[in-house]
Design a protein around this ligand. Structure first.
Ligand code: FAD
Length: 434
């Protein structure tokens, strides 16, 4: 009996960080891989601030030196401030002993994604840009892809298994009805790139600045090269609907004017790129793998970007997908059961970060975060996870439980002073798991 005639061992749909990481690792392991990317690179993408655990992925991909030499601004952590700039809290990744390589980068994604895609090609993957995966047919002994290199020019390709890394478009998640929205995190972002945004002196110059609004919203300020700074506001949908109506540019400007710390920062800034809007951006998959398929990066789940987890999770999950497929190839078993471990890891990591994100959108978390002298051990435990270490030591996990207990207690007993906020209709979602 003969089996199907495979064009490649594996296909990866999408050449963002998740897809490039998966294709690189699979090619390095000796598999024949096709990476099909819809766009032609370089192309714009949002998601510019990395967290420390991305360094492990760079090392695994053989990219540590190339990324370090690319001239990206060095990031050591985050500077968080209240809307009026009166309270601030630095988050320094190097303060946690569990963070092995604390210094990371802010990246211009055109350049960063190109480095990753080039690496996949160099590792031996067949990389086809301008090549859209139109549909996927899952069969017992193969996966058939219909790909289009140009309108009307289609090909049918057979592979053993597929990594879906198509990002927020979520090719398979939509086809198989796997997407579960996060109603408590249905937020909207408005953003652009600016010149003339002042930066702090010294090591903090490359950090992300996060400015909390006096409602549930917040701003990011990310230096992406020597001149340009990415600036955006994230608002729960209800608040977004109440903003002054108009074009996104005016809405963003109105939002800066509404927040003294941002008004000051943006006073001499000049917009250099079009203003863009992203909506509805938190969801997870009900399953991350099945017979002959795996979801990596945003194609599986995506969390609100407040803690800059997206790219690091994409890289990690791409690598995990490659490892799972390599094991499956050696065992000759591409069934959902063979990918159970992969599925479990995706769920657990999402749950750990989701807990922090949901908590951030409560006023009690912010009260504790901005209090003048947080207990150092407790705060270090929080920094550990914010740096990306989502499976920390047992003691850190115990401290995190204490931290989340304090958040709950803050609601009733005011352990820390309250930071000023607009209480009526401030857009804070339900308490969630905080
Ligand atoms: C407002 C906002 C701010 C963010 N800020 C941050 C941040 O500061 N830090 C951070 O880490 N993350 C951030 N993110 C998240 C980050 O953008 C993503 O998590 C990250 O890009 C995910 O990588 P990925 O490879 O999974 O998907 P993507 O980077 O989206 O790549 C998917 C690729 O698939 C291709 N594709 C799509 N459909 C097809 C198809 N049918 N066939 C072939 N190719 C296809 C696309 O062209 C794309 O290149 C932010 C997100 C948003 C919305």
């Amino acid at each position: 009996m003969t089996g199907p005639n495979f064009d490649y061992d594996f296909a990866v749909a999408g050449g963002g960080p998740a897809g490039s990481a998966a294709a690189t690792a699979l090619a390095l392991a000796g598999h024949r891989v096709l990476l099909a990317e819809r766009d032609r690179f370089p192309r714009f993408h949002i998601g510019e601030s990395l967290i420390a655990t991305a360094n492990q992925a760079f090392a695994e991909l053989g990219l540590a030196e190339r990324v370090a030499a690319a001239g990206f601004p060095e990031k050591w952590g985050a500077q968080l401030t209240t809307h009026d700039g009166r309270a601030g809290r630095p988050v320094d990744f190097s303060s946690s002993p569990e963070v092995l390589a604390p210094q990371t980068f802010q990246v211009c994604r055109e350049k960063f994604d190109q480095i990753l895609l080039d690496r996949a090609r160099e590792a031996g993957a067949t990389v086809r840009e301008g090549c859209r995966v139109e549909s996927v047919e899952l069969a017992a002994d193969h996966v058939a892809l219909r790909v289009a290199a140009a309108p009307g020019v289609e090909e049918r390709l057979l592979v053993r298994a597929l990594v879906d890394a198509t990002g927020r478009g979520g090719l398979l998640a939509r086809q198989l009805g796997l997407r579960a929205e996060e109603p408590g995190l249905a937020n909207v972002a408005i953003y652009a790139h600016y010149s003339g945004v002042p930066r702090p002196a010294g090591r903090a110059a490359g950090d992300i600045r996060i400015v909390a609004r006096h409602d549930a919203g917040w701003f990011w300020v990310i230096p992406i090269d020597e001149r340009l700074t990415s600036v955006g506001v994230v608002l729960p949908k209800a608040l977004y609907a109440r903003l002054e109506k108009g074009d996104p540019e005016r809405m963003l400007a109105a939002s800066f004017a509404d927040t003294p710390a941002m008004a000051e920062l943006m006073a001499g800034a000049r917009r250099e790129w079009p203003t863009r809007v992203e909506r509805d951006f938190s969801y997870r998959a009900t399953r991350y793998a099945g017979d002959r398929w795996l979801l990596a990066g945003d194609a599986g789940s995506f969390l609100d970007p407040v803690f800059s987890t997206g790219v690091s999770i994409a890289l990690e999950s791409g690598l995990e997908a490659a490892r799972a497929l390599d094991r499956a190839a050696r065992a000759g078993d591409f069934s959902a059961a063979a990918f159970r471990g992969f599925d479990r890891v995706q769920r657990r990591r999402y749950a750990v970060f989701r807990r922090f994100v949901l908590a951030f959108y409560t006023p009690w978390f912010r009260d504790l975060f901005f209090q003048p002298g947080p207990p150092p051990a407790l705060f270090r435990a929080v920094v550990t996870v914010l740096a990306g270490v989502w499976r920390p030591r047992l003691t850190t996990r115990a401290l995190l439980e204490l931290f989340f207990l304090s958040v709950r207690l803050q609601r009733r007993f005011r352990l820390a002073p309250r930071i000023a906020r607009r209480d009526a209709g401030a857009g804070f979602p339900a308490e969630g798991s905080a």
